[in-house]
Design a protein around this ligand. Structure first.
Ligand code: ADP
Length: 304
């Protein structure tokens, strides 16, 4: 369980994390979604005790990370897959980490197998790893101490689609065994694939949160018909808001059953009718991303 309450982090005048509150539940994978610079890493670094908060609290099972004895056996953290020592082999990195944690070295081979790094790959120096291999090694390191909480910053970076599905299965199994997972991404589709719960952050503020089902539900309908103009008139007459979609058909602010009823009443033939899954989440996320891109970073901001 991770509890973040009214967390704020300022760098000078810049508010990187602005009064952020959310909870990550055991048994669930929580996706932390936001464009680059939204405040995800800063929030995760505060949770993992690496950066002090300006105000607010971040607790793991009710306590501050920094007060947990041998924290790697309680909380697995992957914040920067490139931070591993490039001159060591993957297996060496895990063996050293196992020694530091005081856990059995057999666990290293188990973890390498779990993240699908072959013995040959584990024997290579990390400087020769692809980003995807570094991510797998980072996940192995995070899981080494058999923690009940996992905090992973952009773990899908560098993974191909098959790798992302692999990660979903791995994290799903972990959560099904009672683990709590917080993972970040700046890509909506990664979060949609992997997460159960979603927290969306933009410019340091939480803009939406809920279960994936909640966030994707209530998004209205997409409909295609043989006569969209007649359908639009029928929907408007039934006081249902609808608008033509850029790629044809209509976006309707109503459940499919109501759209079907309005179409049937005027005898319009529907060729496609479905819930508009994720349309609102996607629109909100695109807006956040374009807002961020409009705010060009200044040299002053980069130096702070
Ligand atoms: P994300 O992980 O969502 O990409 P970050 O948490 O890395 O976002 O950054 C949030 C904001 O805080 C950005 O504007 C970033 O420039 C700023 N920031 C992060 N770390 C520092 C720091 N050490 N000093 C100054 N500003 C920082």
């Amino acid at each position: 369980m991770i509890t973040v309450q009214n967390l704020t982090k300022r760098y000078g005048d810049h508010v990187a994390v602005d009064d952020v509150s959310f909870t990550c539940r055991p048994g669930q994978v929580t996706g932390f979604l936001g464009p680059n610079g939204a405040g995800k890493s800063t929030t995760m670094r505060i949770i993992a005790g690496l950066t002090p908060a300006t105000s607010g609290v971040a607790h793991l099972y009710g306590v501050d990370y920094r007060t947990i004895p041998n924290p790697a056996t309680q909380v697995g953290v992957l914040l920067d897959a490139s931070a591993q020592h490039a001159g060591r082999t993957g297996a060496e990195i895990l063996r050293l980490a196992a020694m530091t944690m005081g856990i059995n070295r057999d666990r290293v081979d188990e973890m390498l197998e779990m993240v699908s790094l072959t013995p040959e790959e584990a024997g290579r120096r990390v400087r020769n790893y692809s980003l995807g291999m570094r991510q797998r090694l980072g996940i192995a390191a995070a899981l080494l101490g058999d923690p009940k909480v996992l905090i992973l910053d952009e773990p899908a970076n560098g993974l191909d689609p098959a790798g992302i599905h692999w990660m979903r299965t791995l994290l799903r199994d972990y959560a099904d065994r009672g683990g709590t997972v917080l993972l970040s991404s700046h890509l909506l589709h990664e979060i949609e694939i992997i997460a159960d719960d979603i927290v969306v952050i933009g410019n340091g503020r939480i803009v939406a949160q809920g279960t994936k089902a909640e966030l994707l539900a209530g998004a209205g309908s997409r409909v295609h018909s043989l006569d969209d103009e007649a359908l639009l008139r029928a929907l408007t007459a039934a006081q249902i808001i609808a608008r033509p979609h850029a790629s044809g058909g209509l976006d309707v602010d109503a459940e499919p059953v109501e759209v079907g009823r309005a179409a049937a009443a005027v005898g319009v033939v529907l060729t496609e009718l479905r819930p508009a899954d994720g349309a609102q989440l996607e629109a909100m996320f695109l807006q956040l991303t374009s807002d961020t891109q409009r705010e060009q970073p200044t040299l002053e901001g980069a130096l702070r």
